[in-house]
Design a protein around this ligand. Sequence first.
Ligand code: UD1
Ligand code: CA
Length: 474
Amino acid sequence: MAYRPLSAVVLAAGEGTRMRSPVPKVLHPICGRPMLLHVLDTLVALPLDRIVVVVGHGAERVTKMVQEQLATEIPIEFVEQRVQRGTGDAASVGLTAFADSLDADDDVLVLTGDVPLLRPDTLAALATEHRLAEAAATLLTVELDDPTGYGRIVRDERGGVLCIVEQADANDAQLGLTEVNPSIYCFRRAYLAPALRRLSPENAQGEYYLTDVISVLRSTGHAIFAVTGDDAAETMGVNDRAQLAAAEAMLRGRINEAWMREGVSMSDPARTYVDAGVELEPDVQLLPGVILEGRTAVGAGSVIGPDCRLVDTIVGERAVIQQTVARESEIGDGATIGPWASLRPGTRVGADAHIGTFVETKNADIGEGVKVPHLAYIGDAEIGPRANIGAGTITANYDGRNKHRTKVGADARVGSNTVLVAPVEIGDGAYTGAGAVVSRDVPPGAMAKGVPARIEEGWAAERDAADDGSDEST
Ligand code: UD1
Ligand code: CA
C-alpha cells in the first residue's frame, strides 16, 4: 500500500456551556494539565503529518496555552471557527488548513478536544483498520450502559452502520440503542470535504452535525467501517464538572499505577494525587494525603506525607517531608521538613537541614545542616551552614515600605525568640541571647544580648502587702 499521509483535526471551538465557567472547556485542568493538552499529548505520540486545532470560544487563550505549554516536533496549527455552528461546520473549518496541501489522497483523524483519556494505541488502531478496510469513513463506537447524551449508532440488518442519530433527534427505539458515538473518526479527506458541503442544519439543534457525514457518505455509495472499542471509559467526553471529576479520577489512577510500576510506593493510591507533569524517582514513598503539583520532582528514597502539598517543588534524595505545604521551593538531600511547615516561593533548604513544626520560610537560602526546629519565620534570608535558629525567632524583614535581607553566618546560634531586624547580619559562629532584638550587625564570634527585662526585686511581696495578701482569683 502506498504511503498515505495521516493528519488530525481536533474540534475545540465550543464554549462548553455545561461547565458553567468563564474558562473555555478545553482549558479546564485534569491532573494539573489542561484537558486539550491531554488530547494533544495523545496525538503527538502518533506519527502524524499535521495536527490542526479548531479554536473559537476563547480562541486566543486556547492558542496561547498550547503554544506555551506543548513542546512538539510537528507544529500545531490553529484555525478559527468564528461562529459555532456545529461539529460539521467545525470540521469544515479544520479542513481549510489543508487548502495548500498537495496530497491528493490522505486520511484525517477527527476528534473532539474533550476526550482526555484517549490513548494513542486506540487512534493508531482506528487508522490502521480504516486503511485495511479501504473505508471512506471509520468510526470508533462504544457500548454504554447509560447512553444518555451521546449520538446513537444505527445499524442496518446486516450490521453495517447506517447513520448516527443525536439524542435530541432520536425516536424512542433509537434512544434505546446502547452503542454510541464518542466522536472519534478517521476519514479519507477526499471524501470528507464534499460530504461536509452537503450537510444541512435541519435538526433539533439547528446545527451542522459532523455525524450526518456518515449517512451522506453511505447514501453516495461509500464504505463506512466501525471499530468497537473495548474500554468505554477511555473515550468518555467531558461536558460538565461531574465528568471532569470522573475523568480526573481515572487519569489519576493511571498516573499512580504507572509510578508504582516505576518503583514508587503509595500506601493508599486512592488518596495520592500526582499531577501529570510530576517526576518521581524509584523508591520514593508517598503516604496518604499527598498532593504533588505542577513541575514537582522528588528524588530517590524520599518519604513524602502524610498530608503534604508540594507545588513546583524540587526534592532531593532521602528527604522526609510531613504535613507540609511547599511552593516553588527546593529541598536538599536528606533534609527533614515538618510536621506543619510552610515553605513559600524561593525557599532553598540545604542537604540534611531540618525545618520543624510551625515554621514559615520565604525567599530564604537555608544552608546545609541548618536547624530551624520550631515556631519561626525566616524570610528574605540567608542562613549559613549548621546554624541553629531557636524557637520563636523571626526575621523582621519588612519596614512597611521595603523588604530587607537577613544574613546569618555559618555555625551561628540564634537564641529563642530573637527578632532579627533586617537588614542585619549575624557573623559566623556568633550567638544571640534569648529574646534579643538585633538591629545592628553582630561580628563573628560575638554575643548579642537583647532587650534585658528590668528586674524588680521583691515585687510580689510588695503587691501582697498592698492588697493584704488575699488572692482573689478563683
Ligand atoms: C457530539 C456528537 C455526538 C457524540 C458526542 C460525543 C455531533 C453532532 N454530535 O455531541 O454524536 O456522541 O459529541 O461527545 O457531532 N465544537 C466545535 N464547534 C462547534 C461545535 C462543537 O468546535 O460549532 C467542538 C466542541 O468544542 C467539542 C466538540 O466539538 O469539543 C463536541 O461538541 P459538543 O457540543 O460537546 O457535542 P455533543 O453535543 O457532545
Ligand atoms: Ca461532547
